[in-house]
Design a protein around this ligand. Structure first.
Ligand SMILES: C[S@@+](CC[C@H](N)C(=O)[O-])C[C@H]1O[C@@H](n2cnc3c(N)ncnc32)[C@H](O)[C@@H]1O
Length: 330
């Protein structure tokens, strides 16, 4: 695929291997805690002899081993919104946002709404959510999904988030940006390959830059932004974040840790007060860095420290997540 031709050989091999493995990617789902517990969902799948695996880093996530998407569409638990089909990678940004009850939260590019609904579920509908979507038909789909999944307390705005009034301000923001989608490619998909051109890359990077600027403007001091894409290209990921941090000197990367710190790590900087050390560890996903359902980080020398590029594999789409914090005013 043209857009990955400039990657270094090692990265390209990993990505191309992932594209082939993606042909065997199992369906994954999130139990919608607003309507059912994961145990309810497991009981239902058990009763239908549908085999699944639990995901050690997220209780509500299941990997379905022997059913296709269209098999699940037929189930009552799907029709009633007890489950939402969602890739494992795309469950990471809401988890890393660590949404808080009572917070004002903006989801800037929200349709079809999987992550908005996940944020609502993580807070038990107790956050004040604003979900923006520029495209009218996609905003309709977003509203439909939020209703189906019982996500309440969400103000859907059909608007271009690059033009959000600076009068708004939010404690937490998810910017799941429009992107080339190089992380979601599956080997042999000619239609996708035709779409993923340098022209598309130029268009989305321009939009990502403007969206990031607006996000960091409407983020409150002390607030957190999660920036994500389903691309593995640095131009859409680390390069964007690096450049945004240069334009917004009051913002910094809050490092993502996939494992809870070991005792040794926790004690490795005795001179730093405990609270300050915790402050740069906002996003711990215990068990995500090890075990059979380990989140496969794509390690690259040029990576911006503390950000996460997920390599495409059989289980995971290629994905990128960075957590950015705006420093509190002193
Ligand atoms: C990657 S998708 C978002 C997926 C969504 N977060 C989810 O989990 O279901 C990006 C979405 O952003 C929308 N979009 C693109 N540019 C936008 C803009 N400037 N303002 C608002 N929405 C935008 C697209 O129409 C698309 O629906």
């Amino acid at each position: 695929m043209q857009l990955i031709e400039h990657l270094d050989q090692q990265t390209r091999t990993i990505v191309e291997t992932g594209y082939r493995e993606a042909l065997e990617r199992p369906v994954t789902l999130r139990a919608n805690a607003l309507k059912a517990t994961v145990d309810d969902v497991c009981r239902d799948l058990d009763a239908r002899d549908i085999v699944y695996e639990r995901v050690p880093w997220y209780d509500d996530a299941l990997v379905v081993c022997d059913a296709r998407e269209r098999d699940l569409w037929e189930l009552d638990i799907y029709r009633k919104g007890h489950i939402y089909l969602q890739s494992l990678s795309s469950m990471l940004p809401p988890l890393l946002l660590e949404p808080r009850a009572g917070a004002d939260i903006l989801d800037m590019c929200a349709a079809p709404g999987g992550k908005t609904a996940q944020i609502a579920a993580l807070t038990g509908n107790a956050a004040h959510l604003t979900a923006c979507e520029m495209s009218a038909p996609r905003a309709e789909k977003l509203a439909y999904n939020l209703d189906k999944l019982d996500a309440a307390n969400v103000n859907v705005m059909r608007t271009d988030a690059r033009r959000l009034d600076e009068f708004f301000s939010f404690d937490q923001i998810l910017l799941d940006a429009p992107c080339t989608g190089t992380g979601t490619y599956r080997a042999g998909d000619e239609r996708a390959e035709k779409r993923m051109t340098p022209q598309l890359l130029a268009k989305v990077t321009k939009s990502q830059r403007a969206l990031l600027d607006r996000a960091l403007t409407v983020l409150k001091p002390g607030g957190t932004l999660v920036y994500s894409t389903c691309s593995v290209l640095a131009e859409e990921n680390d390069d964007q974040v690096r450049a945004a941090l240069k334009r917004h000197r009051d913002c910094e990367v809050a490092p993502i840790l996939l494992d809870a710190p070991t005792e040794m790590e926790a004690d490795d900087q005795p001179e730093r007060p405990r609270a300050a050390k915790d402050e740069v560890r906002p996003a711990i996903l215990a068990n995500a860095g090890s075990g059979p359902l380990r989140c496969p980080a794509l390690e690259r020398e040029c990576a911006l420290a503390g950000t996460l590029t997920v390599a495409p594999t059989r289980l995971f789409e290629g994905f990128y997540v960075a957590v950015i914090r705006k420093k509190a005013r002193t």
